[in-house]
Design a protein around this ligand. Structure first.
Ligand SMILES: *[C@@H]1O[C@H](CO)[C@@H](O)[C@H](O)[C@H]1NC(C)=O
Ligand SMILES: *[C@@H]1O[C@H](CO)[C@@H](O)[C@H](O)[C@H]1NC(C)=O
Length: 171
């Protein structure tokens, strides 16, 4: 016989599942981690095929498989090259090339910027106070830098692109 307690428990379970699935993005969804050239995250639109600048408020962190505490893997084949630079006393960065087709990004998309100034809201880089991250599908460049000092992570010149905002090898 099914007791009312059992039914009640079942109902709570279903409701919890619905709430969980519809929950707002969690802190882990918008936290990047930069450890090495094989363990790092960048921000990308939540769904393939979106323009980067359209996702500056909705982007999520995507990480190389196996990055500690990561909740979402980068698309297969997206990262072509990744160069780690800097050191943890000031800033760390990854600069490199990506394949826009691996996430159906548009070849006419001149890109956009994610940063710790609210793009997306509450975005951060673990262990650092600031970050800046550009993704440029039209030339295949991407870059991310996580900084202790705001001056190392300028967020006011995104239109100048990765090569100016985050100099590094090779684009
Ligand atoms: C950002 O974090 C604050 C406090 O941690 C929270 O109240 C707010 O809802 C968050 N905003 C978003 C858009 O997640
Ligand atoms: C960005 O801000 C820095 C520091 O405030 C300033 O020196 C620089 O001229 C600004 N650059 C642009 C392109 O606005």
């Amino acid at each position: 016989m099914v007791t009312s307690t059992t039914l009640f428990t079942f109902l709570i379970l279903i409701l919890t599942t619905i709430v969980f699935v519809n929950a707002d993005t969690s802190e882990a969804d918008v936290t990047a981690i930069l450890i090495s050239n094989t363990q790092f995250c960048i921000f990308l639109p939540p769904a393939p095929g979106e323009y980067i600048s359209d996702s500056e408020k909705t982007a999520l962190a995507f990480c190389t498989p196996g990055t500690p505490t990561s909740v979402r893997d980068l698309p297969d084949g997206f990262i072509i090259s990744a160069n780690f630079g800097g050191d943890s006393s000031t800033y760390v960065q990854i600069t490199g090339k990506m394949n826009p087709d691996a996430y159906q990004l548009h070849h006419d998309d001149d890109g956009g910027q994610y940063d710790s100034a609210g793009s997306p809201p509450n975005a951060s880089c673990a262990g650092y106070e600031h970050f800046v991250n550009l993704v440029e599908p039209n030339n295949g460049n991407y870059c991310i830098r996580c900084c202790h000092y705001k001056s190392d992570c300028p967020t006011n010149k995104s239109t100048e692109g990765c090569e100016k905002v985050i100099p590094g090898p090779p684009y």
